[in-house]
Design a protein around this ligand. Structure first.
Ligand code: NAD
Length: 309
């Protein structure tokens, strides 16, 4: 029988693309429950799903920040049984932290971290009873290493990494697998929404030097990063499909080989100095080198896996 896959955040981006790819599986291995907070936005997904709609794909309402919404959604699934849960819903936050309120930061954790925890708590008893299940988490390379001016977003993804790595140990005992998927930059509405937030925000409380570093160094570098190394949501979804169909799913899976030159800097030096110093130098000392380097990584004239001494 097909496996029931519940995905959060399917109105756009990676979630939408993943729902459609799974629903169109040539071997019809999946029954997809594609969920979103606001059903008013289901048009794009339904159009992309085409004939799969009502067959291998159903659309349901789900706000990961609401207990009631989660309970309601699971009641609508036959038997309430979820075989594969994909925690995809997430929001970004960039900017100097002196200019961000605690309430804004907490909202990021409520969605990215507690949203995933809430869903896991709801499906785990069933998975444990059946002694089978797979929980996939759309983390980020920022769950592996910090990125300047993304302090709170990165923290929310680190939180997911710690939580799910811990849980993975216990759940092996129940034949339940955990997979943390870590994309680099992806060309979705995500970056656009962030830039919109940023251009409207004043960041009251941030000093002029910090604001200058943020607006004049970080923002252009970030745009260049998306332009040169950005993946499509389709590519990321393809990696997730592979992870879901794997007989022995990996705990961690990065999606962007070109970005691994940057994650390798942290792995290569446990003291953390190599990564933090390199990231600092690239942004604050040699911003032009940074954009040239990114372009070279993208065109392939730099090896994608750097092995520092
Ligand atoms: P996106 O903005 O298109 O998708 C995020 C989805 O989450 C949206 O559909 C949004 O409506 C939904 N969402 C937000 N709050 C929600 C809530 N309370 N309940 C239910 N849904 C909610 O962007 P995306 O790039 O497709 O993001 C998907 C995931 O990928 C996120 O977890 C994000 O952190 C992660 N990610 C994105 C990038 C990137 O560069 N775009 C990189 C690494 C990881």
């Amino acid at each position: 029988p097909p496996r029931t896959v519940l995905i959060s955040g399917c109105s756009s981006g990676i979630g939408l693309e993943l729902a459609v790819q799974l629903a169109r599986d040539s071997r019809q291995r999946y029954q997809v429950v594609a969920t979103m907070r606001d059903l008013g936005k289901k048009g794009t997904l339904e159009a992309a799903a085409g004939e799969a709609l009502g067959q291998t794909l159903t659309v349901a309402q789900l706000d990961v920040c609401s207990d009631e919404s989660v309970a309601q959604c699971l009641r609508c699934i036959q038997g309430g049984e979820v075989d594969v849960l994909v925690n995809n819903a997430g929001v970004g936050l960039v900017g100097p932290l002196e200019g961000l309120s605690l309430a804004t930061m907490q909202k990021v954790f409520d969605t990215n971290f507690f949203g995933a925890v809430r869903l896991v708590k709801a499906v785990l008893p069933g998975m444990k009873r059946r002694r089978q299940g797979h929980i996939v988490v759309v983390s980020s390379v920022m769950g592996l290493q910090g990125v300047v001016f993304n302090d709170v977003y990165a923290a929310s993804k680190f939180a997911l990494e710690g939580f799910f790595e811990s849980l993975a140990i216990q759940l092996l005992q129940f034949n339940i697998f955990i997979s943390l998927v870590e994309p680099g930059p992806v060309g979705t509405a995500f970056e656009g929404k962030l830039l919109e937030q940023v251009s409207a925000a004043q960041f009251p409380g941030a000093d002029p030097d910090t604001l200058h570093y943020f607006r004049d160094l970080y923002l252009p570098a970030s745009r260049e990063l998306f332009r040169s190394l950005g993946q499509s949501p389709r590519d990321v979804a393809q990696v997730i499909v592979k992870v879901i169909s794997s007989a022995r799913p990996p705990l961690r899976r990065q999606t962007n080989a070109r970005y691994s030159a940057l994650t390798a800097l942290k792995a290569a030096d446990p003291s953390g100095r190599l990564y933090v110093r390199s990231a600092h130098r690239l942004l604050f000392r040699w911003p032009r080198l940074l954009s040239r380097g990114l372009r070279c990584l993208a065109c392939g004239c730099l090896p994608s896996r750097v092995r520092p001494e």
